[in-house]
Design a protein around this ligand. Structure first.
Ligand code: TEU
Length: 556
């Protein structure tokens, strides 16, 4: 089967914030359809749609109550079928988000399951009696604050929810559950979708007995007992054998806590599991443990992780390349400089994404250089995770100023403010006040303005995506890092039989001079990309400007 996904550029749409077609302040499927030409024009090959299924929206669609129907606010199943057709008509492909570690507590399976201990659906989920002393079954902390256990009054047992109580975990040990998942996948594949992004797919197999984390005081993350668990590969292989391998599709697993060694087990072609995974190591370089525990970020650590993955999943396996999504702060605010060097740094990050080996993902608005937002009051925020932290930290007496800073720099709503199409009141996203307010900077940072400006971030993305497609060395070539010890620049060389490419990225606001090693033979190379409008490099001694990025090429 062809590996079309290796050459592709993928664009993630967060449907509630992309485009509203009916003026209710909520993005929808007909809205997405209206903007398909924008994506085609950008050079996008594949669209990944965050969940659009029926959902009570405890976690914005990541809590699904019907996998075969569409959330009313987003449209109908017929709208979705039409969208799939329109995407294909433009020569693009579409991935759906398959969220099957858990369902919504409003899913008919769970409604049945909680009715009685002997209900036929009971074993679709994970239940435990309280301990004899009345304490919780174990000490695991939910990702969204509090315990992972919720007491179900009716039957007197607890059910497991790694995320919110509205997201009970499915019991994958039950073969009926696995058959249900296969049926859901077939339902969408038969409608023509081209694959899946699989939500926290490495959480599906729990260590038997669900042991407490030893030696911990209070609630702690039980990661080691459910991430990359004992049967996860068996389950994924089964899914692949029975379903995925029968279609020409791609799959990308969302897999927090994987090392390259673990990732190989998910993505190597001979394993028959997934096409690629999202690893989290490079985006966890400014946190410890959970997203709310900050630590200083350094270029050196960040680039060493990226290099490690480039080398490890080069010839065998495959990388995904991403800096942001609907769960992460805006990339330019996090790794660039969203103030004085917004333009330069957004383009620098784009240069990196489009020249690494792997499939690059652009998260909606990233191509405009959209930034984090700072709303004054917590009441403007909607994210279940941020609000959970807010309640917890407030109860613990953490100063309000510190809590709000965490919301600003780490909260997920920064990535979820509506897409900035133009400078009008609701950013051209909607004709009424959106479910989450627009970022006030939409008056000057928006797609309409950027489309008309050859020097904009948007224009740069368009040209970099086109550049990537013209240079197969980016997809197939080897990767070699240069200046490993430099604490501001990330530099690397890509090479195949036809071409040699050298990329230099300044991750700082500092200007400095570097001397290029003779071995690189810089004077023989041609300047192909510059994010600051450079016309030439000069010789081997180069003045590097703040957040500068350039790419040099040489045909062999
Ligand atoms: O995310 C899972 C995940 O590991 C995190 O990125 C998550 O956002 C949380 O911050 C962990 O601290 C996936 C989805 O992408 C996310 O939107 C969902 O909320 C979550 O799973 C549950 O479905």
């Amino acid at each position: 089967m062809s590996e079309w996904w290796k050459n592709a550029v993928i664009y993630q749409i967060y449907p509630r914030s992309f485009m509203d077609s009916d003026g209710d302040g909520m993005g929808d499927i007909p809205g997405i359809e209206k903007r398909l030409d924008y994506l085609k024009d950008l050079g996008i090959d594949i669209i990944w749609l965050s969940p659009v299924y029926k959902s009570p929206n405890v976690d914005n669609g990541y809590d699904i109550s019907d996998y075969r129907d569409i959330q009313e606010e987003f449209g109908t199943l017929a709208d979705m079928e039409h969208l799939i057709g329109e995407i294909h008509r433009r020569g693009m492909r579409i991935l759906m988000d398959l969220v099957v570690n858990h369902t919504s507590d409003q899913h008919p399976w769970f409604i049945e399951a909680r009715k009685s201990k002997d209900n036929p659906k009971r074993d679709y989920y994970i239940w435990r009696d309280p301990n004899p002393d009345g304490s919780l079954p174990n000490n695991w902390e939910s990702h969204f604050s509090g315990s992972v256990w919720q007491l179900d009054e009716q039957t007197g047992q607890y059910y497991l929810h790694i995320f919110s109580a509205g997201q009970p975990d499915l019991n994958w040990e039950n073969p009926e559950v696995r058959e249900e998942v296969k049926d859901i996948a077939r339902f969408w594949l038969d409608k023509g979708v081209d694959g899946f992004r699989m939500d926290v797919i490495n959480f599906i197999s729990k260590v038997p007995g669900l042991p407490s984390v030893p030696g911990a005081k209070g609630l702690v993350r039980g990661n080691m007992f459910y991430m990359n668990g004992p049967r996860v590969h068996e389950y994924l292989h089964e899914l692949n054998e029975d379903v995925f391998s029968k279609y020409d599709i791609m799959t990308v697993g969302e897999t927090p806590s994987v090392t390259p060694e673990i990732a190989h087990q998910y993505v190597d072609a001979d394993r028959g599991e997934l096409s690629m995974v999202f690893q989290f190591e490079h985006i966890n370089t400014d946190i410890r443990g959970t997203r709310w525990q900050l630590r200083p970020w350094t270029v050196k650590e960040f680039k060493s992780i990226i290099s490690k993955w480039q080398k490890a999943l080069g010839d065998k396996g495959w990388n995904s390349v991403y800096l942001s999504n609907h769960d992460q702060p805006r990339s330019v605010s996090r790794y660039g400089n969203d103030d004085r060097y917004l333009l330069e740094s957004a383009k620098m990050l784009c240069t990196m994404d489009m020249t690494l080996r792997g499939t690059p993902y652009v998260y909606q608005g990233e191509e405009l250089g959209m930034t984090n937002v700072r709303f004054d009051d917590i009441s403007s925020y909607q994210d279940v995770e941020s609000l959970g932290m807010y309640r917890d930290y407030k109860a613990k007496g953490v100063p309000m100023h510190d809590i709000m800073e965490l919301v600003y720099c780490r909260g997920r709503d920064s990535a979820r403010t509506p897409m900035q199409w133009d400078g009008s009141e609701y950013a051209g996203f909607s004709t009424s006040r959106p479910w989450l307010d627009v970022n006030p900077n939409h008056t000057w940072l928006n797609a309409e303005k950027e489309a008309a400006d050859p020097d904009s971030v948007l224009s740069f993305y368009r040209s970099m995506i086109a550049f990537r497609k013209k240079h197969p060395v980016i997809v197939d070539g080897s990767f070699r890092e240069w200046f490993e010890d430099h604490d501001r620049i990330f530099a690397y060389e890509r090479e195949d039989d036809d071409e040699r490419m050298f990329v230099l990225l300044n991750f700082s606001a500092t200007k400095f001079t570097i001397i290029m090693p003779e071995e690189l033979d810089i004077p023989s190379m041609e300047l192909a990309v510059s994010n600051i409008g450079r016309k030439e490099l000069g010789g081997n001694i180069i003045s590097v400007y703040p957040y500068e990025a350039f790419v040099l090429v040489k045909r062999k």
